[in-house]
Design a protein around this ligand. Structure first.
Ligand SMILES: [Zn+2]
Length: 343
């Protein structure tokens, strides 16, 4: 953040609205500032988002350049707006409402394409998303630089990516700004293929573990549950949640959404595990219920009807869980392919 502009914005503490975008510093924005820390921004260049003043202070230049592309991509795909915080806020703060996706600066960095081919792919998806119908032309103005995932303010970078799309045969048009581009049949086919891959990878290999966090459960978690999941070809995900916190945070919700199925172990009778299992069921995801034998009688009345895997020790848990996953969950596509090849 330009220190001068930030100071100017902070000096306007008493004002509720501003016209300077705190991200690009252009005077073409509509900024609602209900208090000292919060900025609700609608910028004709950067898009609509929420950001805190702490996040703005900690926002490094390269990330400030990247952010508008991430915001634009979400807008063209019809995804929720970003609420950018320096650090993850406590859930009960609920400063922005469910219309926004809460992210930290670190997470924003992760949302940017990792390499040039991913930039090309995601730019092409953006271009098809804003195309009215196949064959129609798209007007590209200066403010559409954000469609191209550039990380600098250098216009040459946009032209470089545009030229690559033309050379690869994905779009036709003059490489300049402003210009008009048209996505070719090859481009549309490439987008279909990319979307299919995205659907395949999304959650198909991830399994979420909901369980009690206690040192006495470490072996069961590592050698029992995680090992059974991995040996069946899935990636186990367990969010370390502090016991005293007793909150279901956004990260857990997001990971469950992205998972193919959930293993819920009820040993220790934690409220969070019941919530996570119920949430996954509500999303139509398979839940495998497990509990250590000495705690079976304590399982809540409402969920006793579900067949629990009752285990005695880590080895027993591993074996029963492995068998259940194999029997009830479809093998992930990559694993299935590998298995066929090995036969
Ligand atoms: Zn802006």
């Amino acid at each position: 953040m330009d220190a001068f502009v930030l100071k100017k914005i902070h000096d306007m503490k008493g004002r509720k609205t501003l016209n300077i975008c705190p991200l690009c510093c252009r005077e073409n924005a509509d900024v609602n500032k209900p208090n000292y820390d919060d900025f609700y921004v609608h910028c004709s260049f950067c898009g609509s988002f929420f950001i805190t003043s702490t996040a703005l202070v900690n926002l490094e230049q390269h990330l400030r350049n990247k952010l508008p592309s991430i915001i634009r991509e979400r807008a063209v795909k019809g995804m929720s707006r970003l609420a950018i915080f320096s650090e993850r806020p406590r859930l009960e703060e609920n400063r922005v409402g469910s219309y926004y996706r809460v992210v930290t600066l670190e997470e924003v960095e992760d949302m940017f394409p990792k390499n040039i081919s991913e930039r090309i792919d995601r730019t092409l998806i953006n271009l098809t998303s804003i195309t009215a119908y196949p064959g129609s032309k798209i007007k590209i103005e200066t403010s559409d630089k954000n469609l191209f995932f550039t990380e600098s303010n250098d216009g040459m970078e946009t032209l470089f990516l545009m030229e690559q799309l033309v050379n690869d045969g994905y779009v036709i048009g003059h490489v300049k700004i402003p210009t008009e581009l048209k996505v070719t049949v090859k481009g549309w086919n490439s987008v279909s293929e990319l979307q299919r891959k995205e659907e395949d990878s999304k959650g198909s290999k991830q399994a979420f573990i909901a369980m009690w966090f206690s040192s006495e459960m470490d072996a069961a978690a590592e050698q029992g549950i995680k090992k059974a999941i991995s040996d069946c070809g899935y990636n186990p995900v367990r969010i370390d949640q502090k016991e005293h916190n007793n909150k279901i945070d956004d990260e857990i919700i997001a990971e469950i959404k992205q998972s193919n199925f959930v293993i819920a172990d009820f040993t220790g009778q934690r409220g969070g595990v019941y919530f996570e299992a119920g949430y996954a069921m509500g999303l139509g995801k398979p839940v495998i219920w497990t509990v250590r034998s000495d705690d079976l009688t304590n399982v809540h009345f409402d969920t006793r009807q579900y067949a629990h895997i009752v285990w005695n020790d880590t080895e027993d848990l591993y074996q029963k869980l492995f068998n259940r996953i194999k029997a009830t969950i479809a093998t992930p596509s990559i694993g299935a392919h590998a298995e066929k090849e090995s036969i």
